[in-house]
Design a protein around this ligand. Structure first.
Ligand code: SAH
Length: 222
């Protein structure tokens, strides 16, 4: 299957990917390591074949089950924010979805834990990770609002679905000095991207920009 081929041709070729990175740079992404990983990670592997020709547009795309693969700009931005103070040993991602964000993270940090509530999506994401030979992504089928306790605390947490308010369980799993980036508040499909930092004294909160994510929902389903 040509469109699923890792190398890609035409609308999935390296030239098309290079253009996406040019666009991300124009939009203000500065971390060259993040840009290089986006340039060299095939996004079309993470969408259905019928969507592959749009994989290098800077836009969110449907992945089934009413969910989306995040817009590349947002993937780059959230990754850049998480890595701003250096490379964490491990990242917890909540909302695996297509597995694209975790693939990007896995090439920048030693270990990625990711949690997804829809089993069918998680199976596909695992398949894509296998195809790319990514060995440092560990995933779980579960409601990620509660994090992933046995491996906590985390120096970095990225939430890629939007809760109304920040799940306290996730803040609890943030290590001292750790950073969590999360879209919060889902009225009208628009949220504020927040950065929470745990210091020795407590939690600091910063609002970064407006974003649009699917909602963080309760419970795990097939
Ligand atoms: N990071 C993903 C974005 C997927 S969209 C990517 O790169 O493609 C958000 C995902 O979060 C969806 O797949 C949705 O099913 C999942 N999700 C929503 N609520 C969740 C929860 N409580 N726990 C785990 N995953 C959740």
């Amino acid at each position: 299957m040509i469109s699923n081929d890792i190398q890609g041709i035409g609308m999935t070729s390296q030239r098309t990917r290079d253009r996406l990175v040019d666009r991300l740079r124009e939009k203000g992404i500065k971390n060259e390591r993040v840009l290089e990983v986006i340039r060299t990670t095939p996004r079309h592997i993470f969408v259905d074949e019928a969507m592959a020709h749009r994989a290098y547009e800077d836009t969110a795309l449907p992945i089934g089950h009413g969910q989306t693969i995040s817009q590349p700009y947002i993937v780059a931005r959230m990754t850049e924010i998480l890595l701003e103070n250096g490379i964490p040993d491990v990242v917890l991602e909540v909302g695996t979805g297509s597995g694209y964000q975790s693939a990007i993270l896995s090439r920048l940090v030693p270990k990625v834990y990711t949690v997804e509530r829809i089993s069918a999506l998680l199976q596909k994401a695992r398949e894509a990770h296998r195809k790319l030979g990514l060995m440092n992504v560990f995933s779980k089928h579960s409601d990620g609002s509660w994090g992933w306790a046995p491996n906590a605390p985390y120096p970095a947490i990225m939430v890629t679905a939007a809760p109304k308010t920040v799940p306290p369980g996730l803040l609890e799993q943030l290590a001292v000095g750790g950073r969590m980036v999360i879209p919060v508040g889902y009225t009208g499909g628009v949220q504020e991207l927040k950065l929470y930092t745990r210091t020795a004294e407590g939690i600091e909160e910063e609002t970064l920009e407006l974003v649009s994510f699917v909602p963080l929902l309760d419970g795990a389903i097939r």
